[in-house]
Design a protein around this ligand. Structure first.
Ligand SMILES: Cc1cc2nc3c(=O)[nH]c(=O)nc-3n(C[C@H](O)[C@H](O)[C@H](O)COP(=O)(O)OP(=O)(O)OC[C@H]3O[C@@H](n4cnc5c(N)ncnc54)[C@H](O)[C@@H]3O)c2cc1C
Length: 251
């Protein structure tokens, strides 16, 4: 459906709603219309895929299941095709051993922070309504300060008690990284747009912020910058938010 609409989601990035509740329209691994990621042989579908086709607000009810069904079907087809043509992987024994060691590291620790403890602390920091939904620089900064502390002090001492817990340890690491990225991006965007609401910048600011916020790792730090949203995606910016997104305001 996306290529029928003339959208190449691999190149054409859309602004994303930032939240941790988990749903297809909040981002994920960026894919193209074949559900390929930029890692050959890795495909993503459903909530784990970043199609971004709704922009900064939830365009239509039911898009979650529709998106999951379409991307699931396509990812399956593409992955099967890749498997047919692919040669066996070549990886050295030493590389496997190094990878196994690093994956199992939390299992080997005899004492440390439990995964449940760290997960609960992260959730308590980033999920409250006054941090996540109604945002303000001071509260976002306070949450970021805590996340940085957890990252530096809890993660290096994360302890898994069994292999189920090991899965959680890796999820907690990823959640921590996602939390930091989202808080930094939220602090960076000094306006409100769609479902993204900053109490200290309550207005949409198309002049300065019709842009995507980009993040990447550089020299061990998160670098942030903006890229303009291409004009063909703008729509009629003279309309009010209510007129642009009528579905959001239906009784
Ligand atoms: C509260 C809520 C209401 C929603 N309402 C609607 C709605 O009205 N209409 C709509 O269209 N969409 C709705 N959505 C969105 C929709 O439910 C999702 O977009 C859709 O279910 C995503 O499907 P999925 O297969 O990608 O992921 P999921 O349905 O989350 O499936 C992922 C599966 O993977 C399993 N899993 C996770 N980790 C592992 C692992 N390590 N090993 C093995 N298995 C694992 C999970 O247990 C899960 O069963 C709603 C979502 C929520 C949260």
């Amino acid at each position: 459906m996306l290529d029928r609409a003339g959208i190449d989601i691999f190149k054409d990035r859309f602004e994303q709603y930032m939240a941790f509740v988990g749903s297809f329209w909040e981002g994920g691994v960026r894919i193209n219309t074949k559900c390929e990621t930029n890692v050959p042989g890795l495909y993503a579908a459903g909530d784990s895929s970043g199609t971004n086709f709704t922009g900064p607000t939830y365009a239509a009810l039911g898009s979650g299941m529709a998106g999951a069904a379409v991307t699931g079907y396509r990812a399956g087809q593409s992955a099967a095709q890749f498997a047919l043509d692919a040669e066996g992987p070549s990886i050295s024994e030493s590389e496997i051993a190094r990878f196994r060691d690093s994956v199992n590291e939390p299992l080997k620790r005899e004492s440390g922070f439990s995964t449940d403890h760290v997960l609960t602390r992260v959730q308590q920091t980033i999920l409250p309504y006054e941090v996540r939904m109604v945002m303000h620089e001071k509260r976002l900064q306070a949450a970021l300060t805590m996340i940085e502390f957890f990252r530096d002090h809890f993660l290096p001492k994360l302890r898994a008690v069994n292999t189920h817990d090991l899965r959680k340890a890796h999820e907690v690491r990823n959640i921590m990284l996602g939390a930091e990225m989202q808080l930094r991006a939220a602090l960076f965007r000094t306006e409100s747009r769609g479902s993204f609401y900053r109490e200290d910048y309550p207005r949409r600011d198309d002049e300065n912020w019709l842009k995507w916020v980009m993040l990447k790792e550089e020299d061990g730090k998160m670098k942030l910058w903006t890229e303009p949203v291409p004009k063909e995606y703008w729509g009629d910016t003279s309309l009010s938010h209510e007129e642009r997104y009528p579905l959001q305001y239906q009784a």
